[in-house]
Write a protein that binds this ligand. Structure first.
Ligand code: SF4
Length: 265
């Protein structure tokens, strides 16, 4: 079996515990206005043109994002870092895009990793079917689970999909007693209002302690060039990146509710 990925990041320290290898899957079922990985959205391998300057001369070069890889070859890549996992309590993280877009491939590679004693984390939007979750669940140790917006109308507008399935799946993972870290991309004007923060607190308080850690991800405007490169129309108004210190009050607020909170993923 083969899947399509677009990057493998080694020695990652923000995608779960310890030192990790993060594998980025192509394809996402959401269309977040603030996406800083627009190259991950299409499930296909894509060719694009980028400008480079060589000896003071600007020129255009062809490049490709995404490539096919078999389960066996990807496992070999992951196993290269096994000594780091053992020493640091790390492992592999499957991210994207949305890894569940390629759920069959995700299941196979997660299964092989577990069979080799590797800690498996999946970084997900939660926008998939319960059947897909159930299929992959036995091979996952930890979910990094995104929560973006509780008002379903706004969620649909800003991400292209309803949050209903996402919230149902999170409750399902809680019932399965899975380890979960919540990740909240904090986007000024889109989900940082009091109403949404309160709704987040209320929902998490109903998770019966299943969530112990929250990661607040400040908005970054690093992707503007990528949108042009992939001919994607950005709906986001031009905005500065959010400095980390502006998230300190929110961090304290969640900490007072008993969570361990990190700024950054
Ligand atoms: S879920 Fe992530 S990858 Fe998908 S569109 Fe949103 S920000 Fe981009």
């Amino acid at each position: 079996m083969t899947g399509i990925i677009f990057d493998i990041k080694r020695y990652a320290v923000h995608d779960g515990p310890g030192i990790r290898t993060t594998v980025f899957f192509k394809g996402c079922s959401l269309r977040c206005w603030w996406c800083h990985n627009p190259e991950s959205i299409s499930p296909e391998i894509q060719n694009y043109t980028r400008k480079v300057t060589f000896d003071g001369i600007e020129m255009e070069v062809e490049d490709t994002v995404g490539y096919h890889i078999s389960v066996e070859d990807l496992l070999k890549e992951i196993l290269k870092d096994a000594p780091f996992y053992e020493e640091s309590g790390g492992g592999v993280t499957f991210s994207g895009g949305e890894p569940f877009v390629q759920y069959a491939f995700l299941k196979e590679i997660a299964k092989e990793c577990k069979a080799n004693g590797i800690h498996v984390t999946v970084d997900t939007t939660g926008h998939t079917s319960k059947k897909n979750l159930e299929m992959v669940l036995p091979y996952v140790d930890l979910f990094l689970y995104d929560l973006k917006q509780f008002d379903d109308k706004k969620h649909s507008e800003y991400t292209g999909v309803s949050n209903k399935k996402i919230l149902e799946n999170l409750l399902f993972l809680k019932d399965q007693k899975k380890d979960i870290i919540i990740r909240i991309p904090v986007v000024p004007g889109y989900n940082d209002d009091e109403e949404n923060i309160r709704a987040t607190e209320k929902f998490l308080s109903g998770m019966n302690g299943a969530v112990k850690e929250i990661h607040l991800l400040p908005y970054h405007n690093i992707a503007e060039g990528k949108y042009q490169r992939f001919h994607i129309q950005s709906k986001m108004k031009r905005m500065k990146s959010l400095p980390e210190e502006e998230l300190y009050p929110l961090k304290e607020r969640f900490e007072k509710n008993g969570y361990k909170v990190k700024i950054g993923g």
